[in-house]
Design a protein around this ligand. Structure first.
Ligand code: ADP
Length: 370
């Protein structure tokens, strides 16, 4: 019965987590202005910890981080609850949204060197490596506990890129044009996508560095290393917990996935600026982002389409991949990145409007017990 009590207590704790942590959370981060940029847009100001105003118009989100926020601040706000939720058995997703050059890559990954070196609190390391550092130290702590509970974990991950409306494998760049399949038992998956088993933070960083170095980037006028593709890093956790040695001992298994999605930049509409070779890429990025906007608009409405098949997930590879994260079984955090350079007001407004609509989407996360 004490095991039963533990179970109830742990469910209550998970319940707390559910209440503390909304199923869709939207965080805005304003990146600092760099030396080459024009004046900071004084019409964009952080009004409080959860609101900002643009030209007198106020927007409220779950949190607003200004240009002084550190990578550690972002991690505490997004990464810590994500790791707790993931280990409790919830699917979790982070979607990083914003104009090219607004700080999406910096916020998610940080510079590649910061993944392996310089783990000091002030480091530039992004939230993704911090998430896996915490996750593996929590797993180790759980395995070392001495209260008779024995938990085994198995973790694996994959890394894909959506480039020109095709899914490519970032862990095996020879694999392009992979197909999304729907398995009645296991849900959505990408056929033939490489999955690597990982059992430490170091294993994950190797996979991340390998995948990120294969990402398609192209030159644009806005940022010479701007991303031309959407990328999705997926991390699967399976755990088995056993308490007591007898055959009547309590045991449970959970499974969850962490999806970390870094979108290609929402660029200013000057496609001619990107040069001929990148024209098609730019068009595809634009098309998939507008399909994403359309999906979010539909999901944000009070009344949903009568038939589930009428929800427009099929518009692009990106919206198909996001089916679980948007409107499905996952706790979602949307990171809206903005750069308050005074040439960007229309992009800032477009990013903030996306953030407001996505906040109205209702997800239905459940603990995945098997
Ligand atoms: P995106 O991925 O949205 O195109 P990046 O993450 O590449 O944008 O950011 C553009 C530039 O600004 C990079 O040089 C990056 O290092 C820098 N940067 C972005 N956000 C911050 C920040 N919060 N603090 C310091 N530098 C930042």
């Amino acid at each position: 019965s004490s095991v039963k009590k533990d179970m109830v207590e742990s469910e209550e704790q998970n319940g707390d987590l559910t209440n503390l942590d909304p199923s869709v959370k939207v965080v805005v981060r304003i990146r600092p202005i760099n030396g080459q940029e024009k004046e900071v847009d004084r019409t964009v100001t952080k009004a409080s910890s959860d609101s900002l105003s643009v030209g007198g118009r106020k927007f409220t989100f779950d949190s607003v981080l200004d240009a002084n926020s550190s990578q550690e601040n972002v991690f505490q706000l997004i990464g810590v609850p994500l790791v707790k939720n993931a280990l409790a058995g919830y699917n979790t997703s982070v979607l990083s949204y914003g104009q090219t050059g607004s700080g999406k890559t910096y916020t998610m990954w940080g510079p590649p060197s910061a993944m392996v070196e310089d783990p000091s609190p002030a480091s530039h390391q992004g939230i993704v490596p911090r998430i896996f550092q915490m996750l593996f130290s929590e797993i180790q702590r759980e395995q070392e506990n001495s209260d008779g509970r024995q938990t085994n974990y198995q973790c694996r991950c994959s890394f894909l890129e959506i480039y020109n409306e095709q899914i490519g494998d970032l862990l095996d760049p020879t694999q392009r044009n992979l197909e999304i399949k729907d398995d009645p038992k296991n849900g959505l998956y990408v056929e033939n996508l490489t999955e690597e088993y990982v059992s430490s933070y170091e294993d994950v960083t190797q996979v991340l560095i390998k995948g990120l170095s294969s990402r398609k980037v192209g030159a644009t006028t806005v940022n010479s290393k701007s991303s031309r593709s959407h990328i999705v890093f997926t991390f699967f956790i399976e755990s088995w917990c056993k308490q007591g040695a007898s055959s009547k001992c309590f045991s449970s298994s959970k499974t969850s996935r962490i999806s970390l999605i870094d979108l290609a930049g929402l660029d200013r509409n000057k496609l001619e600026d990107v040069g001929r070779q990148h024209l098609q890429e730019g068009k595809n990025v634009k098309k998939s982002l507008s399909q994403l906007g359309y999906l979010v608009n539909t999901l944000a409405k009070e009344t949903q389409p009568e038939k589930p098949e009428d929800v427009p997930y099929g518009g692009s590879c990106l919206t198909r991949i996001l089916r679980e994260s948007l409107g499905g079984n996952a706790k979602l955090t949307v990171m809206c990145n903005i750069s308050a350079d005074n040439r960007n007001t229309s992009e800032i407004l477009s990013t903030l409007r996306f953030g407001q609509r996505v906040k109205a989407v209702r997800n239905e996360p459940v603990i995945n017990e098997i």
